[in-house]
Design a protein around this ligand. Structure first.
Ligand SMILES: *Cc1c(COP(=O)(O)O)cnc(C)c1O
Length: 410
């Protein structure tokens, strides 16, 4: 008799976004005329940069030319793309990262989950609360947790609360953890980490033999020049950190699919016999065995991000969303709400008024303003009493949504 991976039964059935969809659909069915604006899900809305489109069209033509046609590419990604990433994203910022330490993939979500393949099952794992749900659910699937309690917290995980009180940057744990997920600029709170904060994490990881998973999907949104874009800007990080990046948010690739992981060759972890094993070798083996690379066409599109035109166009795209975030911040503040984030990130994290719960406020905005936001409690227990507004939308929708929400507080 075939059996299943029972760990899947522990999952809180993809609670957040399906529940939002259920409530929005019910409301839309009962109020078919309601002009609903969705500022919930963090997906981009603006078209792909012209430089990326042109490069992909040219690449499609290559595929129709016998001499330029490409079959299987390197599982790690084409060298011409990895070299540009190493030079422009890392070396230009003083990070000692070489092209062969970069692995091209079809998404950071996948990388964040797949990386667990090369780690043992007995690691203690720390996540922030609130958190990007992928970090938690992939560990549940891998059998690294117990059951969830009524707050949705899984046994065996170390939750590090991030709230206004600690500036949305987790306190370094007092106990020893082996794997730590950090995401800066943060989804959902929009918070960033200072150099000093990241240095404290690197020092902790080095002292405890821990590995940091650093999710930098939103690094392009950093506008404060003192904030590091990469964990490798921090001395010592080559010995304790894996970084994940994506073209989804800076270049609008959520539907095109291209991302990268960085595994420095100096990074090691323990085998059960106590020996040190290079993680680069394991990740290279894992990718070569279970992955056959990102399509040539898409990698050419990603490469165009590094051209002069591509840089200007992606910068304009990011600025557009950051201007939306600024409008959201200003309008919500003017309405008397306490706002966080949205300066170096496309997310604004807002305190609900009068201590209303996240879901009650979600319903209020849906019913009275026909605006969809994301309830903070859906990202973790410490997100209760907050909600997230995404800046990924058209300017008209953002302006209209802000006008409607503000009207409720007049
Ligand atoms: C959007 C996002 C990513 C990117 O995921 P892709 O699979 O590359 O589209 C990664 N991490 C976080 C926290 C995100 O919000």
């Amino acid at each position: 008799m075939a059996t299943i991976n029972d760990n899947y039964l522990k999952l809180k059935a993809g609670y957040l976004f399906p529940e939002i969809a259920r409530r929005v659909n019910k409301f839309a069915t009962e109020n078919p005329q309601a002009p609903i604006i969705r500022l919930g899900i963090g997906d981009v809305t603006e078209p792909l940069p012209a430089a990326c489109r042109e490069a992909m069209i040219k690449a499609v033509e290559d595929m129709g030319d016998r001499d330029k046609f490409k079959g299987y590419g390197p599982e790690q990604g084409y060298a011409w793309l990895r070299e540009k990433i190493a030079a422009q994203d890392f070396q230009a910022r003083g990070c000692d990262i070489s092209a062969d330490e970069i692995f091209i993939s079809d998404g950071s979500k996948c990388d964040n989950g797949n990386i667990l393949d090369i780690f043992g099952d007995n690691n203690s794992i720390a996540v922030t609360d609130p958190v990007y749900p992928v970090y938690v659910d992939t560990n549940v699937m891998a059998g690294h947790t117990g059951e969830a309690n009524e707050k949705g917290e899984y046994g065996g995980l170390v939750y590090l609360p991030v709230t206004a009180e600690n500036n949305f940057t987790a306190q370094i744990p007092s106990q020893k953890v082996d794997l730590i997920y950090l995401c800066f600029p943060n989804n959902p709170t929009g918070a960033v980490a200072t150099r000093e904060h990241l240095q404290a994490w690197v020092d902790y990881a080095k002292a405890n033999g821990s590995i940091i998973f650093f999710d930098a999907a939103y690094e392009a949104f950093i506008s404060d020049p003192t904030i590091p874009h990469s964990i490798y800007e921090i001395p010592g990080a080559r010995d304790c950190a894996i970084e994940f990046r994506s073209f989804s948010k800076n270049a609008g690739f959520t539907g095109t699919r291209c991302a990268l992981s960085v595994v420095p060759k100096t990074l090691t972890a323990k085998a059960s016999d106590g020996s040190d094993v290079e993680l680069w070798k394991l990740w290279n083996r894992r990718q070569s065995t279970k992955f056959n690379g990102v399509s040539y066409v898409v990698q050419r599109g990603a490469e165009a991000v590094y051209s002069i035109e591509g840089q200007a166009q992606t910068k304009a795209l990011v600025s557009f969303y950051l201007e939306n975030a600024k409008i959201i911040r200003e309008q919500m503040s003017a309405a008397g709400l306490q706002v966080y984030g949205g300066v170096n990130a496309p997310y604004v994290w807002v305190k609900t008024p009068d201590n209303i719960t996240s879901w009650d406020f979600f319903d209020k905005l849906l019913f009275n303003s026909n605006v969809v936001v994301t309830p903070g409690s859906g990202f973790g227990a410490a997100g209760e009493g907050y909600f997230r507004i995404s800046a990924f939308n058209s300017r008209d929708n953002v302006n209209e949504a802000m006008k409607r929400i503000s009207a409720q507080f007049k």
